[in-house]
Design a binder for this molecule. Structure first.
Ligand code: ATP
Ligand code: MG
Length: 587
């Protein structure tokens, strides 16, 4: 391709909403343009990257034995009602009413449709296992679309779904997909980390996330230094804290707490947040217990969590055996606690709720400061077991890991990352509800087991840019770069230079190399700036002076030094460099 004929609108300025490096560079390098919040047009360079990633994903999926299909983006809401995910997805799911008044979903994913297909088309164990996938648009009305194509409202996902007769078969395909993902991300030039993730299914046999560590990543990876454990924060199990000595009453240990002065209500007017209450009571958040009221399937559940900790939604979901659970509405909270929101506490609460769940860290505290179930009041010297019965409460891990926590006695470390893909064992979560069954060899009907495997195509490009860039622009891995080689003809108005550039261009095309010829009649400085910005891995510089000496310069985008090659050997030498760069990305 010739630069002069291509739409590559590079720009200096970046929009103010571009927070991350990849977002800024994708705009500046003319890969994408924003259409509206969370929606983008891919311009020619960006689209080439997208196609390359799609090709890699498709090749590896086909190699793994998966079969490609295409499902509709517009799906009837009734399918989603069957699994209850119309509610679980909440407002993230975009819907519209058609002219006949039917409600349609703009697919955020496709478990419901694919499982219905399986229910209709599979009837015998002889058809199993099967793994089917598609590469298609997904829509999610994200609360806060951001970071360019990393969290957009419309994106391209590769989603695969496998169906099985038994757990061993599911394990096998899961392993094949896990290995396929390793190959895909390696080929895309990404340094990925695999972490354990929540499978969202009770007794669920597992899930892994493929994550690219980078500062702007929204996921938090929790790991031990020796690498023996890595999980995302939603999943990371923390060791229970040892029973503590109360720092406010240093002489008090758990067993002696019963002898403390009686619980006492304190007037705390106009103090809303934990911090404000702490200031008022001259205490610390880790001495406070938050009492949060949740609603799940018509039941009211109180969750007790230390003031400085956060409830982990996934662990909470597991605690209610995978059911939908969300914070109760104001009316319920006020009814249950007999107070305004913000003053719920455990004392006397048991009669008003169906269940009390206590986090391990709360259970390790000898005395608590809690809400008083009375507007504008808190209670201090609350001693569990003395001031309220622990008998009906369940004590478990319910919170996010924090600095200082351990797993199996090893210190947990934290870093940010971008989730590019995830693999799940779903068991019968969808197949049961949607009736995906088969006849076993004995002619008995059984429910299929299922796995699902997703990759965010657009996120791969953004993550590669997050990981590969310098102050001048993008440094693309060769496998997903829009072109493999860029020829910068510095003095295009000089006939000799133009001819040499043209000649090398043709030789490279003949060798099957993807090459962009910068044939614009522009100052060298401008062309070099664009070259660095768009990040094509190999650059050949053809200039008047070196051509006069019979040479051109070849440089890798990732390196600062260039090497000389004679005009005659330039194409050959460049081809070798391309091969060697590709070699490094072989799985
Ligand atoms: P997240 O937790 O980041 O919202 P998710 O876990 O909901 O993502 P999945 O349902 O597992 O995402 O979707 C599969 C893949 O699709 C993800 O691994 C990710 O790469 C990609 N993806 C998900 N949401 C978006 C989005 N809003 N924009 C771009 N890619 C996305
Ligand atoms: Mg995910």
């Amino acid at each position: 391709m010739r630069y002069s004929k291509m739409l590559i609108p590079t720009v200096k300025e970046v929009p103010s909403d571009a927070e991350t490096t990849s977002h800024k560079l994708m705009i500046r390098a003319g890969l994408i343009r924003r259409v509206a919040s969370g929606t983008y047009t891919y311009l020619p360079l960006g689209f080439r990257c997208l196609q390359k990633v799609i090709n890699i994903v498709r090749q590896e999926m086909n190699k793994s034995g998966a079969q490609e299909i295409l499902m509709p983006s517009v799906q009837p809401i009734e399918l989603w009602q069957k699994t209850g995910r119309d509610i679980d997805y909440g407002e993230t799911m975009a819907t519209f009413k058609d002219r006949h008044g039917r409600v349609n979903v703009l697919a955020p994913t496709a478990e419901e449709v694919v499982t219905t297909t399986a229910a209709n088309e599979i009837n015998s164990y002889k058809q199993l296992p099967i793994n089917i996938y598609q590469i298609s648009f997904k829509f999610r009305d994200e609360f806060r679309p951001r970071f360019g194509v990393i969290r957009s409202r419309e994106f391209i996902m590769k989603d695969a779904y496998s169906f099985h007769t038994d757990p061993q078969s599911l394990d096998e395909t899961y392993k094949v997909m896990y290995d396929t993902y390793c190959s895909i991300f390696k080929r895309c030039g990404l340094d990925y980390v695999i972490v354990e993730a929540e499978s969202g299914e009770m007794g669920g046999s597992g899930s892994h996330q493929f994550t690219i560590p980078c500062e702007s990543g929204e996921d938090v990876i929790v790991y031990t230094e020796d690498g023996s454990y890595a999980a995302n924060i939603e999943k990371a199990d923390v060791d229970p804290l040892p029973p503590t000595v109360d720092p406010l009453h240093p002489t008090v240990i758990l067993s002696e707490a019963k002898n403390l002065p009686p619980a006492e209500d304190i007037h705390t007017p106009n103090v809303g947040s934990i911090e404000a209450v702490c200031d008022f009571l001259k205490t610390k958040p880790n001495q406070m217990v938050k009492t949060l009221i949740y609603a799940s399937e018509g039941k009211t559940i109180a969750v007790l969590i230390r003031g400085d900790h956060d409830v982990n939604d996934e662990k909470l979901t597991q605690a209610v055996t995978g059911a939908h659970i969300e914070l109760a509405d104001v009316e319920t909270i006020e009814k249950v606690s007999s107070a305004k929101v913000g003053f719920a506490g455990p004392v006397g609460l048991a009669e008003n709720v169906d269940k009390i769940l206590i986090d391990n860290a709360v259970a390790a505290m000898p005395v608590w400061i809690t809400g008083a179930n009375k507007t504008d009041y808190h209670t201090k010297n609350v001693v569990p077991g003395r001031d309220f019965s622990l008998e009906d409460a369940q004590i478990m891990d319910l919170r996010n890991a924090v600095e200082g926590d351990t797993h199996d006695g090893k210190k947990l470390l934290f870093k940010n990352g971008i989730e590019v893909g995830q693999v799940f064992k779903l068991g019968t979560k969808y197949t049961q509800k949607l009736g995906a069954k088969f006849l076993n060899p004995e002619g008995k009907e059984q429910v299929c087991l299922m796995g699902c495997y997703g990759i965010g195509i657009n996120r791969i490009i953004a993550s590669a840019i997050e990981a590969g860039n310098d102050k001048n622009g993008i440094i693309f891995p060769i496998s997903i770069a829009p072109f493999e080689v860029l020829i910068t003809s510095v003095n295009q108005d000089d006939e000799k230079v133009a001819n040499v550039a043209e000649d090398i261009y043709k030789q490279l095309l003949e060798k099957g190399i993807e090459v962009l010829l910068d044939d614009r009649i522009l100052r060298g400085g401008v062309k070099f700036k664009d070259a660095d910005l768009i990040g094509i891995p190999v650059r050949i510089t053809v200039g008047k002076r070196s051509v006069a000496e019979g040479n051109v310069e070849i440089k890798l985008r990732s390196e600062s030094e260039s090497t000389k090659a004679t005009i005659e050997t330039a194409a050959e030498k460049t081809a070798e460099m391309v091969t060697s760069l590709k070699e490094k990305l072989k799985p």
